[in-house]
Design a protein around this ligand. Structure first.
Ligand SMILES: [Zn+2]
Length: 470
């Protein structure tokens, strides 16, 4: 009955060492109000100085999102009052954004237009306690890049895919960790409904306060239901900002939406116009990493992985980088992939710092994969080695020796052990002959116990199958 129209505004924190207009540190979780100075606190008479690194990182995003880049930019004051904003205005960009008319491809292959990307400074943070509030200005002046999509997303699922794709690109080009828990990536959504195939948009509602991509999806789903009911009941939709309540799973009206003219934008008189040098654009374009979508395609072609396998790898840049390094030492992509996504990731998940905490080198992991495929060690051996060598730097061969992990593949020796097990377990033989083929698993288990897990299970299974048919 209705079409959904969604546009997203994403704020991403650029990972510079200092703030956008002063030299204060951007260090996360510093004690409150320690990373502040007269500039970011808006004392009279001080002058902001533009951080060139913020420009460079913003530029990388513009290039990766296929934006046109403004060759000259300037900043404007966005005026509003809020206790976390010491200057009573935010230095932002309005009429001359860094980039415009870009695009981003989402999973289904659909291209979503990027209206604009612009640089601005963050506000401080209010900490509410009982009947009073505290303010921390550490975040004031941290560089943000706002990325505004065109209202071309037509479902919560598309919005989710857009955010996933965008986040991955931002991580790949090294401009932000996009850690949502730390607030390095924040998303607001505009949503409206219109009669099927109508040309006129409905009244839009802005949604805020979603702190995960799943939250964005859930808030949009809720809002579609709410607005549909309003429209069916012939009630009007109010243009307003609503907050997502992740406990009650509903949106709550916060305030009527401001228009741009409410902010009384005017050019920041303390900062000059800045040229965006063509040389800098060229340099950033050339140094841009391979983007995730292109990497997935390359993995499929170069390593004969399936689309799903490639996507799973590329989703985690560190893992994909590690995978390619391992291939330098053992060039069997499928075999490396299998152990990477099995026993290796199991160990990584146990590490507190995740992938950054791994101690095993690509060369050593390649060795493990090689030994496994040479049947020198079995599955259990691989698990044991990785349990030791992933969290701690250890020599693989020494572990194998110390733990006695060399797989027993000597036919005669295994036959002797199998004979002994058969002699001691007449019940299992009887069961097998009565048709309970599972008994073979029990016998195999006994051999593994006898050899402390070192027997080649495939070989032992064959020996039993042959002997029990006699
Ligand atoms: Zn400062």
């Amino acid at each position: 009955m209705f079409d959904t129209v969604i546009g997203l505004e994403v704020h991403v924190q650029l990972n510079t060492k200092s703030k956008i207009f002063c030299s204060c540190s951007t260090q996360f979780e510093s004690p409150p109000n320690t990373n502040i100075c007269p500039v970011c606190c808006g004392y009279p008479g001080v002058l902001p100085v533009f951080n060139q690194e913020a420009l460079r990182l913003g530029l990388r995003v513009g290039i990766a999102l296929n934006c046109k880049i403004n060759s000259s930019i300037y900043f404007e004051r966005k005026n509003y009052f809020y206790p976390d904003l010491p200057k009573d205005y935010q230095i932002s960009q309005y009429k001359s954004p860094l980039g415009y008319q870009g695009s981003l491809k989402i999973d289904a292959g659909k291209k979503i237009g990027i209206e604009r990307i612009h640089l601005e400074e963050d506000a401080g943070k209010l900490i509410h306690k009982g009947n009073y509030s505290l303010v921390d200005f550490n975040r004031t002046g941290i560089p943000l890049l706002e990325i505004v999509s065109l209202p071309q997303l037509t479902s919560p699922k598309e919005a989710f895919d857009y955010l996933q794709s965008l986040k991955l690109i931002l991580q790949y080009i090294g401009v932000s960790s996009c850690d949502m828990e730390k607030g390095y990536l924040r998303c607001d959504a505009n949503i409206s409904l219109k009669k099927k195939d109508a040309n006129i948009f409905g009244t839009k509602v802005e949604l805020k306060n979603m702190n995960s991509f799943k939250g964005v999806k859930a808030a949009l789903e809720y809002e579609i239901k709410r607005q549909t009911k309003q429209l069916k009941d012939k009630k009007i939709i109010i243009q307003e900002t609503r907050l997502w309540d992740s406990d009650k799973l509903k949106t709550i009206a916060m305030r009527s939406k401001e228009e741009a003219h409410d902010y009384r934008y005017f050019p920041e008189p303390d900062l000059p116009d800045f040229a965006v040098p063509a040389e800098l654009i060229k340099q950033e374009r050339e140094s841009l990493e391979e983007l995730p979508k292109a990497r997935v395609e390359r993995f499929i072609k170069q390593y004969q992985l399936s689309k799903e396998e490639s996507s799973l790898l590329v989703e985690n840049k560190q893992l994909a980088d590690f995978f390619e390094k391992v291939l330098d030492f053992f060039n069997e992509p499928k075999k490396v992939y299998k152990l990477l996504f099995g026993p290796f990731l199991e160990q990584v998940k146990l590490l507190e710092s995740g992938f950054s905490g791994i101690k095993i080198s690509a060369k050593d992991f390649a060795k493990v994969v090689k030994y496994f495929n040479q049947k020198k060690i079995n599955n259990r051996g691989v698990k044991k080695i990785l349990a030791i060598a992933v969290p701690e730097k250890k020599d693989i061969d020494k572990i194998i020796k110390a733990e006695g992990l060399i797989q027993l593949s000597d036919q005669k020796g295994l036959e002797e052990i199998a004979e002994k097990i058969l002699e001691n377990n007449p019940k299992a033989i009887k069961e097998y002959k009565q048709g309970k083929t599972k008994a073979i698993q029990f016998l195999l288990g006994q051999v593994m116990k006898e050899t402390r897990g070192r027997a080649n299970p495939q070989l032992v299974r064959k020996i039993f199958e042959r002997r029990l048919k006699e």
